[in-house]
Design a protein around this ligand. Structure first.
Ligand code: 6PG
Length: 241
């Protein structure tokens, strides 16, 4: 497990730094297109707000393509929609071409949409070792150690032969479409953004390489050749030795 972690006072400070580092990464990329996959949940909202506040008119949005790590299979006007939240906090405030936004269509039938989304990725991304390569994937971690929509009771998604799969939230049963483990692990850069006291125990288990980590999807993210970085606030990092 890569031990590269940076700890910040609070989510706002973390988001401000990640925002600047993200724009630097996009600017430094020699590729015509920068393919970024973002996660849902609450932590990324701090980043979306920082990006909209600091870089509303950046020319870098012309080369930046937004994809989703996962999506809740609900219409985009549903408060649970990851795309809907990102549109409200970010896309509605920055100069990004609509063609650069590749949402998972939550209103569609999940298994059909998973196939459609995989085809979109195939058509737009370069491949290495048989897997699409995202320039950067932003991941979160749930209190149960899940990441993307790969939950502890669905660990087989870490070894899927598919680019994306359907999944379901173990408590609510909510249907999801998620990128799979091999796609996550083939990214050029993977950044975990982890905030809140509720994550402290799991984060400590992961960084202590405890036996529990075999059951935690977030602990199984080890990029084949890319960079893995962790960004945490003090609450989430409170139990790190
Ligand atoms: C989702 C996310 C999910 C999220 C974690 C952490 O759609 O819910 O992809 O994997 O990253 O649940 O969420 P927080 O950042 O809100 O803690």
């Amino acid at each position: 497990m890569n031990q590269n972690i940076t700890i910040f006072k609070d989510p706002e400070t973390l988001a401000d730094r990640v925002c600047d580092r993200l724009m630097e990464l996009i600017a430094d990329s020699f590729n015509a297109h920068f393919h970024l996959a973002i996660s849902g949940g609450s932590t990324p909202n701090f980043l979306f707000s920082a990006l909209a506040r600091k870089f509303p008119d950046s020319p870098l949005w012309q080369k930046t393509h937004f994809w989703w790590v996962d999506e809740r299979m609900v219409p985009s006007d549903n408060p649970d929609s990851n795309f809907g939240t990102t549109f409200r906090l970010l896309f509605s405030k920055i100069a990004i071409p609509e063609k650069n936004i590749h949402r998972i269509r939550g209103e569609e039938q999940p298994s059909a949409e998973s196939v459609h989304y995989s085809c979109q990725i195939r058509e737009n991304l370069t491949f290495h070792s048989g897997w699409p390569v995202f320039d950067l994937i932003l991941l979160g971690m749930g209190e149960d150690g899940h990441t993307a929509s790969i939950f502890p009771n669905q660990m087989e998604l870490l070894q899927s032969v598919n680019i994306s799969e359907t999944a379901h939230h173990p408590l609510t049963g909510q249907l999801r479409v998620t990128l799979t483990g091999p796609v996550l692990n083939h990214a050029a850069h993977i950044w975990f953004l982890v905030t809140g006291a509720g994550k402290a125990r799991r984060l400590a288990e992961i960084f202590a390489h405890s036996q529990m980590t075999e059951l935690l999807p977030a602990a199984q993210i080890n990029p084949a050749s890319g960079e893995l970085r962790w960004f945490a606030d003090e609450q989430a990092a409170a139990l790190l030795s």
